[in-house]
Design a protein around this ligand. Sequence first.
Ligand SMILES: C[C@H](O)[C@H](O)[C@H]1CNC2=NC(N)=NC(=O)C2=N1
Length: 113
Amino acid sequence: MSHADLASQHCVPRKGKEHALDAAQINGLLAQLPGWTLTADGQAIVKDFKFANFHHTLGFINAVGFMANHEDHHPDIEAGYGHCQLLWSTHDVGGLSLNDFICAARVEALLAR
Ligand SMILES: C[C@H](O)[C@H](O)[C@H]1CNC2=NC(N)=NC(=O)C2=N1
């Protein structure tokens, strides 16, 4: 699945272990998402984004937040003056589902120009 295919999809409710992706699926999807890495526990994907200042960082967080509410799928966010780390994991699955990769691709699309 290409990055464009991923970013054009929408999240749907995914609840239960049957929606958890296996390692091969995860690695295939990560290959479409430069800069995104698997956390040590294999349960989430993360990326740290850099910005020139707090205004740009906060603008990004607001854009991500709007998208996340629209998709009803929400990241963990850690931010400082010029950076923002996003972490996606599907609580309802207890690991990674396709929703996490759809949202990561949608974040990349926010930044594409
Ligand atoms: C009812 C609602 O769809 C669920 O609670 C959603 C909301 N946002 C979510 N976000 C994330 N990251 N994981 C979830 O399992 C999740 N579940």
